[in-house]
Design a protein around this ligand. Sequence first.
Ligand code: GLN
Length: 202
Amino acid sequence: MMVTAGVLAVQGDVSEHARAIERAAAAHGLETDVRTIHTSGVVPDCDVLLLPGGESTTISRLVHREGIADEIVAHAEASKPMLATCAGLILVSADSVDGRVDTLGVLDVDVKRNAFGRQRDSFETPLSVAGLDEPFPAVFIRAPAIEAVGDGVEILAEWDGRPVAVRQGPLVATAFHPELTADSRIHDLAFFDDDGVRGGHT
Ligand code: GLN
């Protein structure tokens, strides 16, 4: 079976996310048709979506300008799986405490931009994640902190006393960059279960 995976390609690790979902899908005997998203009209054809990191002010501006924002919201409302990482997390949040980011409000969390790693812009740390047997090598790059979570939000991982990976139904979001290592377990956790794509969305 074929999974159609859309990767928002405004900025960020587009090919790394594509490779990660391909690896995760292959482990479930699934093939992946990766579509890069630059304009509107692509998201509605996608079974799953990946929103990479980058600069959330830029990404927010472009998804609204290109008419992609409403399509991402519709994808979330249809309960289709989505993984949002770093700036992607900021984009889907309810509030980023920064007026320059017009958030989509599909994930009931408040975030604060550039909250981790002030001393060092980036760092890697082994992270315990709910649902994974072994710690995940989490790479943080000028990462946002999740400051508040709503009732329907499950915390999957914490670092330094704050949530850094969360799930709200079919949407998984991380403050770190799971695409930057060869370990595709976060992509697996976000998109697949024993029956294939979560929620049967293929
Ligand atoms: N600092 C970026 C922002 O606030 C996010 C960084 C990232 O995606 N690696 O938009």
